[in-house]
Design a protein around this ligand. Structure first.
Ligand code: XMP
Length: 318
């Protein structure tokens, strides 16, 4: 009989037997899976779990600082690494979506490898892999781990990838991971977080990436997401975000003609991300959020709402 409590109890036992006094390194993303994996491992081996949380400069507004603080508050042995400049450099001039993913994957590996080397005698690499990832990786063309594997085999694997792997959530579905998270006492602000792609805002900025575009999109996204929370819509939605389009359009402000950026808002319902329906958000909400975005975010003069479902459209635009 599977219950979250019994899963936690048995898994903590297994992890203690398997890992003994060994040191383990884990990359935290701010997402549900890696957070639950971290807390479970921390419960089993305490300070021998070394967590690394990398800021790639492509996270939501204030996300790095606030999530890092939350992890620290949970007692995790976590190191925040701000590598924003490194990622932005690696992305400079790139506008192809797959090239962006590769550049980000490579930069992440370099940063993570450097950090893992600072942990003396680390033996294990822990990952928040869940059951659907295991299935998907068989047929995957994209995901983050596939990117890592296909693009770092020149000159051998980075050292951290030679570590032994421990994946305590490998047999669980997403809803089970959330239930385990509740049983571990993890805050609902972490467990209820929408999925967010590893390459972050880089694949929501169509075309090439600059720090100014990242800033604009962070502001837009923050108005949208905070609006969804204020209107009690956030928890009813699988995933939401904004895309910065490589399009300027004419507008008018006071007596002035403007020629500024257009953003597309996207909100979808889904159970696994494989198929998705666009969400019928209330017009009053769209009206409010559109006004707020255009009034508050300099450089944006037009907002559109994406009414495409998956398939044939994907959730992300890149
Ligand atoms: P699509 O756009 O393929 O997205 O409908 C399905 C789900 O996957 C997320 N996604 C990614 N996640 N690395 C990730 O870690 C990626 O390169 C990536 N591309 C898409 C997307 O946000 C959605 O939840």
């Amino acid at each position: 009989d599977w219950t979250p409590d019994s899963f936690v109890e048995e898994t903590v036992d297994e992890l203690q037997n398997k890992l003994g006094n060994d040191k383990v390194v884990l990359g935290l993303s701010g997402g549900v899976d890696s957070s639950v994996a971290a807390v479970l491992l921390h419960k089993a081996i305490g300070k021998n779990l070394y967590c690394i949380f990398v800021n790639n400069g492509l996270l939501r507004k204030n996300e790095f600082e606030s999530v890092l603080e939350q992890y620290e508050g949970m007692g995790l042995n976590v190191k925040g690494v701000d590598a924003s400049a490194r990622f932005l450099n690696a992305l400079a001039g790139i506008d192809d979506p797959e090239e962006k993913r590769k550049a980000i994957g490579r930069s992440f590996i370099e940063v993570f490898d450097d950090e893992a080397h600072l942990i003396e005698d680390v033996k294990w690499l822990a990952q928040g892999t869940i059951y659907p990832d295991v299935i998907e990786s068989v047929s995957a063309t994209g995901g983050p781990s596939a990117t890592i594997k296909s693009h770092h085999n020149v000159g051998g694997l980075p050292d951290f990838m030679k570590l032994k792997i421990v994946e305590p959530l490998k047999a669980l579905f997403k809803d089970e991971v959330r239930r385990v998270g509740i049983s571990l006492g993890i805050d609902s602000s972490i467990l209820g977080r929408h999925p967010f792609p590893g390459p972050g805002l880089a694949i929501r900025i169509l075309g090439d990436i600059t720090s100014e575009k990242v800033r604009i999109l962070q502001e837009v996204d923050s108005v949208f997401i905070n609006g969804l929370k204020e209107w009690d819509l956030y928890d009813k939605i699988w995933q939401a975000g904004a895309m910065l389009l490589p399009v300027n359009s004419v507008g008018v402000m006071g007596d002035e003609r403007t020629y500024e950026k257009c953003v597309a808002l996207r909100a979808v319902e889904s159970t696994d991300g494989m198929t998705a329906d666009w969400v019928n958000l209330p017009y009053e909400f769209l009206q409010k959020v559109s006004n707020d975005i255009i009034n508050k975010v300099k450089g944006v003069n037009r907002v559109v709402y994406d009414i495409s479902s998956k398939p044939p459209a994907t959730i992300e635009w890149e």
